[in-house]
Design a protein around this ligand. Structure first.
Ligand code: GDP
Ligand code: MG
Length: 474
């Protein structure tokens, strides 16, 4: 007898090529699990521990698919009639039988006490071999759950499958290995509790550990975002105009350097979030219309993620300015380009300063002139902050909902439709929530240290709550 392990083990069983490894990869958030279009490639079991805070809380075991279920079911019936541990006896009897190699191997975790998740592709009809496999699993007497992974999104056979499952399994669920979101993963784990009463307390702890871990990741994401905002909002570049300097060239150079640096900071923050959510090989294709395909400073990005008229007014961000209003030209401080809303992005194109046309992005960023110095940044309006936040929320949404078992990087995820401001989550924020952003923006850009800490804490809470809200959607 193989000794029982302390963390619960779940073996993923099923016919070859039905999506066992994909389900395991998604459930364990492990994208190193081998998923293959060729049936029968796996011939040995492989165990993947789920580790939270350095502790193994659960382990999943990937198995070869059933090789000869029609014969195994006949043998298992005979063995079961005789009584005793049918799994151990079956394995002992056929351990040297080549024809049943995979069948003997896949029972290994079951022999050591693993619970069973049986995976079928529900987009095809139930066959006799499936019935044989289900009976084998029933004869093991182990806690078991069936998962219907509809590979082709065809749900026409679902009722037939469910009927078969009722006879043989404690519970069943539809779970798509490629599209399961975080919320659906948690629901599946919750459902797993019902496979056996004895398992409930342990699986309760596992589900709680998963949820706590997720909350910790959201908090860490909020911290990453806060650092990104602080760095970007404070960032500035400057250059001196001396005799012979072509100020237009200098402006261009400064603007490019400013944008590149901010873009790089954003890219790094997104990379950190990706790592936090354990995506190592993930290089998905974003939807063709995704904002994240656009440069941070492209006009379209700002249009789609931009502030709505209502939001600007609510936040009192630009003191009564309306969308499409002309740019504020501040004297004294000589800062140009208080970007007053999405409509003015286009208007800004035609803005004139000192007889020279400035490009829209310079205006958006706030190009400051002071004596002989040309300076871009620190940010002069809150839009940069909101754009960075909205893009991060989109990135987060894609990341958490990209199932680890998915390997087809060509199909895409939905994103909001292409209308002004629609993709900007902050457009739905209340004036209180926007006020938190505004306080933080002011504190950072005016370098008020105590305010930075205080408003930073409030902003972190707001961000963490927003991320939790995004994760709730299935
Ligand atoms: N479209 C789609 N393909 C899937 C799904 N699950 C698995 N596949 C594909 O089916 C093939 C077999 O999957 P795999 O997980 O290796 O099956 P296993 O042999 O049961 O472990 C692979 O090419 C997977 O990418 C799914 O939910 N949707
Ligand atoms: Mg496999």
């Amino acid at each position: 007898m193989i000794p029982a392990r302390t963390s619960p083990e779940i073996a993923i069983l099923g016919h070859p090529n039905e999506g066992k490894s994909s389900v395991l990869s998604t459930l364990s958030e492990d994208d190193s699990v081998k998923v293959s279009a060729t049936p029968g490639e796996t011939t040995e079991c492989r165990t993947f521990p789920v580790i939270i805070d350095g502790q193994e809380v659960l382990r999943f075991t990937d198995t070869p698919g059933f090789q000869n279920p029609s014969r195994v079911v006949v043998e298992m019936r005979k063995i079961a009639e005789a009584g005793g541990d049918s799994v151990a006896r079956f394995r002992a009897m056929f351990k040297d039988n080549e024809e049943l190699h995979d069948d003997v191997e896949l029972m290994l975790p079951v022999e050591r006490g693993a619970g069973i998740i049986y995976v079928v592709d529900g987009s095809r009809p139930v066959r006799n071999v499936d019935r044989a496999e289900m009976e084998i699993l029933r004869l093991t007497g182990r806690p078991r759950m069936a998962i219907i992974n509809c590979k082709d999104d065809d749900f026409g056979h679902l009722d037939n499958w469910k009927n078969e499952f009722r006879k043989n399994f404690n519970t069943n669920r539809v779970f798509n290995a490629h599209r399961a979101t975080y919320a659906e993963r948690i629901l599946l784990l919750e459902a797993l509790k019902s496979i056996d009463q004895d398992w409930q307390p342990t699986l309760d702890i596992v589900v709680r550990a998963f949820k706590a871990d997720w909350a910790a990741r959201n908090h860490a994401t909020a911290d990453i975002l806060l650092s990104l905002l602080t760095e970007c909002l404070q960032y500035h570049v400057s250059g001196t105009i001396s005799e012979g300097t072509d100020s237009a060239i200098l402006k261009d150079r400064l603007k490019n350097s400013y944008q590149k640096t901010i873009e790089e900071k954003e890219r790094k923050a997104h990379e950190q979030i990706r790592t936090l959510f354990k995506h190592n090989i993930f290089k998905y294709q974003l939807p063709p219309h995704s904002m994240l395909n656009e440069d941070l400073f492209s006009e379209r990005t700002w249009h789609l993620l931009g502030l709505s008229k209502k939001q600007v007014a609510l936040a009192g961000l630009v003191g009564g300015a309306v969308v499409g209003a002309k740019l504020d030209l501040l004297t004294g401080g000589a800062s140009l380009g208080l970007f007053t809303g999405i409509g003015s992005a286009a208007g800004a194109f035609g803005a004139m300063f000192g007889g020279k046309k400035l490009s829209s992005t310079s205006n958006i960023l706030g190009l400051q002139f002071g004596g002989e110095e040309l300076k871009i940044g620190p940010a002069t309006n809150i839009n940069l902050m909101l754009i960075l936040l909205n893009r991060a929320f989109l990135f987060y949404q894609h990341t958490i909902n990209w199932a680890h078992g998915r390997r087809d990087y060509t199909t895409t995820l939905p994103e909001p439709v292409d209308t002004a401001g629609s993709a900007g989550l902050t457009n739905n924020w209340t004036s209180d929530q926007l006020r938190i952003c505004k306080s933080y923006f002011k504190a950072v850009t005016e370098n008020q240290e105590d305010q930075i800490v205080e408003s930073g804490e409030k902003l972190t809470t707001l961000l963490t709550e927003t991320l939790a809200e995004i994760s709730k959607h299935e």
